[in-house]
Ligand binder design. Sequence first.
Ligand code: PRX
Length: 681
Amino acid sequence: MAWLLARICFPKKVPRGKFSSCQTRAWSRGTVTAYMPEATAFPGSRDHQGLYQVSVEQTDAFWGVLGRSRLTWINPFHTVSYSDLQQGHVSWFLGGQLNVAVNCLDRHVHKAPEKVALVWEKDEPGQEDRITYRELLEMTCRLGNTMRRQGVKKGDRVTIYMPSCPMAVASMLACARIGAIHTVVFAGFSSAALADRIQDAQSETVITVNQGLRGGKVVPLKETVDQAVKLCPTVKRVFVSKRTDEKVPLSDLDIPLEEEMMKEDVACEPVAMESEDFLFLLYTSGSTGKPKGLVHSQAGYLLYAALTHKYVFDYHDGDVFGCVADIGWITGHSYVVYGPLCNGGTTILFESTPVYPNPGRYWETVERLKINQLYAAPTAIRLLLRYGDDWVKKYDRSSLKVLGSVGEPINTEAWEWYFNVVGDGRCPVIDTWWQTETGGICIAPRPSNPGEEILPSMAMRPFFGIRPSLLDGKGAVLTQNDVSGALCISQIWPGMARTIYNDHQRFLETYLTPYPGHFFTGDGAYRTSKGYYQLTGRLDDVINISGHRLGTAEIEEVVNKHGAVAESAVIGCPHEIKGEGAYVFIVLKKCSNLSQESLTSELQGLVSNEIAKYAAPEYIQVARRLPKTRSGKIMRRVLKKIIENKADELGDLTTLDDHEAVKEIIEGHKQLLQKKQVQQA
Ligand code: PRX
């Protein structure tokens, strides 16, 4: 397991009891039933550990009780769960019917119609809009009626290409209300990437805005949709919402959204959905060039998002929850929209960037909106750390109670800055590990028993119902502590993805057949001597740029489109702020005489245009040949070692076909680094 052992990094320990003065409120106040009223059904569970044991040993009993109490059903379920992992069939709450929009809106409107559901923190600071549950329900209903009138039916896929704004949330919920399946595409994706996703989902409907605003700049989202739609004959209608006052040209397909919505009623009959009907598809990268549309279904996903939101962040009624992720990612789905709204909470919709108009943006927003839980990405924390403590200390952060981190490993320096400077040493920092596939947080320091330690840069403890295991290269479960292995989840949980849209075989092959009987996450992990989990990185050809997953094959496909490129290999390289960046090795066609500079800027432009700006490679290195086995397979591990500056640890090279080529690549890499250093100086 040398490949895994090499990735282990032991965490720097902090003294025990560091958090004794800032325990989560619920635990320090009273009994386990005050914390989770449903615990009365499990008399033996006296504390968190007891509840956790129930959740993994009496899974159906645990989730059955929670499913009944936390969700509002149109018809009750008769069976809690069913699974056949060999076939990849997983179902929760069978026989039950519900409507997700009713769970996120109507039931809260009945209790507290004027409670704020969304605080829309627009790109320009100080112009926030507060939208109550009543207003959000009305918006959702009008939008649902508009879609119905235009022919959108239950089961239809609706692609949403919008920035984080109330109309985007209403679009998601309106789909849920009428039984359509939404597929939100991050509004930073290019028209080609958007077109791929529309085609794969066979969407007839797209919802977008005339223009976006981000970091003070106008983003021509409608224009991008126009280009994408030209490639998508399935599209029959494009709803265009007005984010700015600018008029954009409308074609025959386009429907001005607000105008149509105003004609509609504020009540919209919700469809009774089966628990296992699809709620949404969300595209994410895998190890092939083709992104996969992971499918989440209704009841299990919603319950899991709501429960993790409540317990990992210790969310209490009246708190203001600030997840700054874009709604285009799973984090936005679960912790901007579904989790908080299912819990009747107040959730922030953050449209801007961490540095607009200056690096104090997050902290000024925390002060102004009195945010209680802040959930952000390590990339942003690392970036802001560089601007120094003054930007943070300028603002009052006393409202903060919990600080969360998501999407990629958080290094110790960033963790400690987050804890000591941002949280003034009083707020637990929660490093949450999960994936698009898991639907919600699976491993995180909280919840846990009072007094239990939190160590920096570690996700640590499994959530209720999550049974993590580490498996070795031969597929054996590693039972001891202080070991590394492939991270799997060894029993089903309600939030797990059910399939890949139109490609169940790929779902089976990616997640369920590598380690039969277990769900394989694609990540490696280390279990410490105390049984805590620490993520050690991806085990497949997926890189994580600023917390966004990208398959190396996806970038290669684009790079290979360049007329001068004969062949390429993309490898993830460490990046101080983004966590990882793309390092591209290319072999040029014989006829090419492009300079390194033009090649670099052309390839960066190509990747930005074809995928998204964040995917643009950091380094382009031209090589005479790529290192290959005699059977012609690129030896990626050799390239990886070279860019990690570990050329003396290349390992077994007996199958390498051209040793001279490797020497040249090592030399070329050194020169490229020197050149970059000179440029930066
Ligand atoms: O490699 C893990 C990394 O991000 C991957 C999931 O990416 P995505 O589906 O885009 O979801 C991101 C938001 C949940 C994982 O397979 N990852 C996520 N969280 C962490 C992490 N790596 C280390 N530590 C984490 N806390």
